[in-house]
Design a protein around this ligand. Sequence first.
Ligand SMILES: [Zn+2]
Length: 346
Amino acid sequence: MADDPDVPPPRAAWQPLPPWLEAMAADTLAQRERWPHAWLIEGARGIGKRALALELARSLLCESPRPGERACGSCPGCTWVAAGQHPDLRLVELVEFDEEGNATPVDVIKIDAIRRLGEWAQITSHRGGAKVAVVVPAERMNASAANALLKTLEEPPPGTYLLLVAHQGGRLPATVVSRCRRLPVPRPATDVAVGWLAGQGAADPATLLAQAAGAPLVALELADPALQAERAVWLAALAQPRAFSPAALAARIDLGGREERRERLAAAIDWLLAWTADLARVRAGGEARLNPDHAQALAANAASVARISLFRYYSQLLGQRTLLAHPLQPRFVAEALLVDYRALFA
Ligand SMILES: [Zn+2]
């Protein structure tokens, strides 16, 4: 294997299947004889869809599958999949590799990556079994990449499976969707997710899960104490809309240094989005679903703001969230958004 020039360097971090997707993986694999050649695995970000795709891939590539076609976890096929080095598994993600295998994150999946996937699909299987391609997240293919994928979707080489993973399947072209079988992945039940988070060592798992809108893997990312401390600062300010200084709060975007500014702005916009959504919900007589730990502050503020203004502000935030990939001055973007937030309460 080490001498094989076709073996790619490690390209994909293995993710174990979370327990709430065990049954779905088992059911799906049990029907393998009736499988289409392309699946669209859809659902919210952070609920384990990528891990599910990898588990399906590993089971397809396993060389001594257990009953129900589940991966054995220990044959050469399984070992290579877990090491990110199986020659019959191709993963296309938001990352590009140079010749030495160094990874750079990217914002879109471009046509070159999909063309290489198409060429790879034409090659005979290295291990004489199935070949599996996983694209995550598929909706981040640009138009020409999606078009290029259509060719492979229309004439899939025998024994080749395409697993498209989408957080927002609705953003995929209908031509792509219509050539896949949909596999909708639900969020796990709250008690299951809370139990799992507690097992991962997360403090206050229920609040984290609420912040993550029920997506456990997102909740685990949010468990970082520094991130939670920063959230506390922002929410304390938002709770006093007439008192805080937008310029001073926005200046916190620069605290982590240049490399972190975009990420910190993204986090701030997410807090503003969640806060605004909760304000609208509480204003309409509902509960603070995303920030249950700030229910009192939300109730105190919701009465003094018009719902229509909240909806407008929310769409403004969403628009800004999609612009994050573009070069901008994160601190000034945050400051402008905070000035507009204050104006809601004028
Ligand atoms: Zn195996």
